[in-house]
Design a protein. Structure first.
Length: 329
């Protein structure tokens, strides 16, 4: 597992509560815990990867027990999660598309963003690799080859963080995907992987969901992400953002801030670090650091040119990989 060090970030006091693994929404009946923010409900809008992998089933019981709050999880992808929060229908979001997160912050809908964890994206497809992209060191080159050979590619097509990343790669490859070979599924990551397996198609997947479903699908990784020395364009960091109560006065801001503090605490970061499926670690925690990156709190490019900010972001991500991902991974 990765190494947790330092005490910077939002930390708190969390005991060794028992974990409830019997569902994604844990109904806490009247528990006030030892740090209650009031009995009630916290609405979390989140990407499907945190839900489909089962990670939230591990993370949420200790929080609910400690704070006496029931978490209602809306799993709908990053784009839809952000829109839900913009409408004031969520208290906090856990998402993975920094560009969209920045726009959310700049518009005043969210405050106090925090880094939580990371993994990466991978390009997966049928074992026989009809487009011959296996071992390619460039995601854009792999996408170009798939398009040139018109090999079937399934896009999530749902404005999720994964879909946003996929479209960014097509743009970087100077390819406008269209035609019978390119199909938009309009579903979450789990459904897209299942359909890709059934159709012998390629798709872009977050590594966590792919690994959690590996035994149920007939797909293999053809292009690795930066966790295994692949291109940094396939990086996949996750952040938590409480909804701004000055913009939406109906939100449960106290509980949202408690949740952000919990996710970035040693307790939750250890749960993330220890969480596995099919024998593989799915996510790597990155909230705790002896030298915190204060750029996590504000939109990228807030005080510098965008190109410089993106360069710093890539370097920071690679430093996370170097310090937190075991060489044997």
């Amino acid at each position: 597992m990765g190494t947790l060090s330092g005490l910077a970030g939002c930390t708190g006091s969390f005991g060794n509560q028992d974990r409830n693994q019997n569902g994604s929404q844990h109904q806490n009946q009247g528990s006030s815990g030892n740090g209650s923010v009031g009995n009630g409900e916290l609405v979390l809008a989140t990407t499907t990867s945190t839900y489909d992998t089962g990670l939230l089933d591990e993370l949420h019981p200790p929080f609910e027990e400690t704070f006496g709050v029931t978490i209602k999880t809306l799993s709908k992808g990053t784009g839809a999660s952000i829109r839900t929060a913009e409408d004031g229908d969520a208290d906090v979001i856990l998402v993975h598309a920094r560009g969209a997160e920045d726009k959310f912050l700049q518009a005043g809908h969210g405050v106090n963003r925090r880094d939580v964890m990371f993994n990466d994206f991978v390009i997966v497809g049928a074992q026989n690799d009809p487009a011959g992209i296996g071992g390619t060191q460039s995601a854009t080159e792999a996408f170009s080859t798939i398009a040139d050979r018109q090999a079937t590619f399934l896009s999530r097509g749902d404005d999720s963080g994964t879909n946003k990343k996929e479209l960014a790669i097509w743009k970087e490859a100077s390819v406008q995907p269209s035609g019978k070979w390119y199909r938009e599924v309009g579903k979450g990551m789990g459904d897209t992987l299942t359909q890709s397996s059934q159709s012998n198609a390629y798709t872009l997947a977050d590594r966590g969901t792919f690994l959690s479903m590996k035994s149920d699908i007939d797909l293999t990784i053809h292009v690795q992400g930066p966790l295994k020395d692949g291109p940094v364009i396939l990086k996949n960091p996750y952040g938590v953002i409480p909804v701004n109560p000055a913009k939406h006065d109906n939100v449960n801001y106290r509980a949202a801030m408690a949740y952000a503090g919990y996710l970035t605490s040693p307790k939750a970061q250890t749960i993330i670090d220890n969480y596995t499926a099919n024998g593989s670690q799915l996510f790597f925690p990155n909230a705790l650091s002896e030298q915190p990156n204060f750029g996590q709190y504000v939109p990228q490019g807030y005080s510098a040119q965008q190109a410089q900010s993106l360069s710093r972001e890539d370097k920071e991500y690679l430093s996370w990989v170097e310090t937190r991902v075991p060489a044997s991974y």
